[in-house]
Structures are given as structure tokens and as C-alpha cells.
Ligand binder design. Sequence first.
Ligand code: NDP
Length: 449
Amino acid sequence: MKKKTQKQLDTFLEKLAERNPHQPEFQQAVKEVLQSVVPYIAQHEKYQDQALLERITEPERIITFRVVWQDDDGALHVNRGYRVQFNSAIGPYKGGIRFTPTVTPSVLKFLAFEQIFKNSLTGLPMGGGKGGSDFNPRDRSDSEVMRFCQAFMTELYRHIGPDTDIPAGDINVSAREIGYLYGQYKKIANVHQPVLTGKGLAYGGSKIRTEATGYGNVFFMREMLKRVGKEIEGTTAVVSGSGNVAQHTAEKWIALGGKVLAMSDSDGTIYDESGISQEKLEWIKDLKNNKRGRIKEYAKEFDAEFREGKKPWDIKSDVAFPCATQNEIEKKDAEKLVKNGCQALSEGANMPCTEAAMEVLRDSDILYAPGKASNAGGVAVSGLEISQNILRLSWSREEVEERLEKIMQEIHEKCLEYGIDDNGNADYVKGANIAGFVKVADAMIALGV
Ligand code: NDP
């Protein structure tokens, strides 16, 4: 980066930190995107003198609300609900809802900011948003989760709509929670319309939506490997997490002939040297999705190793898929991956690498796919779910998967369009950031202020 451009970026980031104090995740996400975008703007007059950086880093609207609900013993609890409606230049706000105690305005602003560029990359007309609550569903009964979801939607419903804002699931919000949220929306609004995606197949969901983020992650990895003449067949992978994205990343990897050595949850990692087969993965799905158990139970069931409190990054493998949460790969983890000869890493989670870890990966020979490109399959199929709802049609599994594959290939191509360096190497981080930015910036300029 030229000195003058670097100075502009540093000055802007200083101001951003002043305007958004105590929001480290948001500041980290903005810095990551602007490191690619600011030099691009410096070379393209069209994007200058538009206050684009100031505008694109300021959410259009943030809604905060009180959620009061009653537990099974009759005690009352108060949580905080949020919806960050960040940018609607190219379409209605779109992005998931997350329920975990670590939900803060900083985390949701980072996620909504990332979502702007991710949604732009899919080629579908979707703006960026994100929401959630600091509610912890762990050890809560189904009835408690239902009452919480109903209380949450009782406020959220007035801020969303098929042409305004269409949330989906994220951490701890999957089929069960989406069902309760949608049920409450329908009860209040007395209308069936696409205001949520990730719905069950019985009431307007799309085939492959559950699988889409994980499958798309593997499709993106396949494109990266293909470009350098490598194949999935026989290639080993470690996957972090054992939730939605992790399960379906593992599933597609196994289906395409790869071997999965490890998965994890917030208690630790299971290492199965013989590989997690589809049959064992079905057991994990049942454990996690129905029994709501802990991954360590796998070790007992299948005589595998359980590494308490450990992440999977020190296990030697050909590729890595972080699919749990933000900043789960720190500098030392990235160094370990490089040292162990890992060839490619594709992010299923959002911003799973710290800034220092990203630097290590980008300075290495590892093919590195940022989440805004590689995990865009979920929101892409959410876009297809909306289309099917509007058309009142239900496409087959094959049709949706074929469209997903094509979208992931197109995202890969867009990354290359803006991300090839002078030596012909692909910088997917730069490519994804600029390709995502250009469409949104063009729309923002066209729409005026
Ligand atoms: P799930 O709730 O289904 O699964 C999350 C998994 O990550 C669980 O195994 C959980 O373990 C683990 N995890 C969560 N927090 C931590 C932590 N602090 N340390 C270690 N492990 C942790 O969520 P999803 O699979 O839907 O989401 C995973 C990631 O993918 C998130 O970053 C999300 O934003 C991103 N993503 C999801 C999309 C989707 O379609 N669902 C789309 C695009 C991105 P435990 O059970 O112990 O909590």
C-alpha cells in the first residue's frame, strides 16, 4: 500500500475507533475490509469524494429491545434483543439471528458489516443485517426456548418484512428456533410471507437450506484446489465446531471422497484417526441436533481421542475448515497449521481468524478463503428460499444444489477477478472484499444521499 493511502486508512480507522469505542470485533472487521478497499478507491476516481467509507461503516439503523420471558419454574428473565440493519443499498436487509451470551452490539455490527459484502458477492439482491440476543439456550427446555422466541418476535415483527428485512438462523438458532419465531410472526401478522429463511420444509422452507453453508464451503474449497491442480479425493480435513455449518462441511467433504479427522465444540476436540464416516456423522447430528449432547460423547462411542479444552488446529491435516465462531484461530494456531503443511483453509464461520492469524496465513502458501466468500452459500440459498416463496414453488434438492454450486463457482470467479496478484497468485481476501464492495458502492452512489 502506498504511504499516502496507508495514512488515509490509519486516520480513518482512528476516527472509527473513537466513534465506536469498546467495539473491538466491529473495528477488526472494518479494518480487514478497508485494507483491500482503500487502495482500490485510491485508484478509482469514481469512488472518491463520496464519503463512501464513512457511509458504509455507519449502520442505517440499530434496534435494541427488551425481551421478557418466563422459565418453567415461573421465574421471569430479561434479555436484550437486537437487529442491526446495516445497509440496504442493493436489497432488503438479510442476515441471521444469533442467541448466545457473547452477543453484543460490537459482535452484531461486525457480523452485519461482513454480511453486506457477502450478500453482494452472491449476486442476489440482498442488503446486510444481523440480529440476536444474549439469551443462552443451553440447558433450557423446549418450552423455555419457545417462550423466549415468542417474546423476541413479539417485538421484532414490527421491524421486519419481505421487502424490508428477512432474518435467518445463526449460532443456536436453527430449525427449532426458526419454527417458533415464524409461528409467532404468523400469529401476530396473520400472514404467510417470506420474513424468515431457514424455515422447515413443511411450512415454506427450501431444500438444501440447512446444508447450504457447509456444502457451499466445500464447493468453494474445491474451486480453490482445482485451480492449482489438486483434488479432494483422499485429502484429510479438520473441522471446528459440530453445529450446522460444521456438520454439513464434513458431510460434503466425506461425500466427495475426503477424510475428516476431527470436529469440536466449546468443550474440546475429538480426534478420530480412522476418519469420521457418514455413519458416525449421522450419530453426531443426532447427538447435537436432537439430544443436544456434548462432542466428548463421540470419543466414548467410537473409541476416539477427546482433547479437552483444545481446538483442532494442531492436528496434522491437508486442509482446515473453521466452522465454530469468531477469532477461534489465533496466531499460534495459524503458525501450527502452516508448520504442519496445511495446504488450504476455507472459513465456514464468520471471521474465525484473528488479525494476526490472518497475516500468518496470507504470508504463507496456504490457499485462504475468507468467510464472506466461502460461507456465502447459506445466505445464497436463503435468497433462493425467498424466490421460491414468492413464486409459490418448491424446487427439488438437485435443482437447489445445482444453483448453489453455480453461485459458489461464480463467487470464486469474482474473487479472482479482483484478487490476482502480479505473480498470478490468488489473494481471495482482497478479491472478495473489492468484488463485494464495488456493487454496493455503485448502488449507493446511484441512489444519492
Ligand atoms: P451452531 O450453533 O449450529 O454451531 C456452532 C458450533 O460452534 C457448535 O459446535 C458450538 O459448540 C461451537 N462454538 C460456538 N461458540 C464457540 C466457542 N466460543 N468456542 C468453541 N466452539 C464454539 O452455529 P452455526 O453452525 O450456524 O454457525 C457457526 C459459524 O458459522 C458462526 O460463525 C456463524 O456466524 C457462521 N455462519 C453460519 C451460517 C448458517 O447458515 N448457519 C451462515 C454463514 C456463517 P457448543 O455446542 O459447545 O456451543
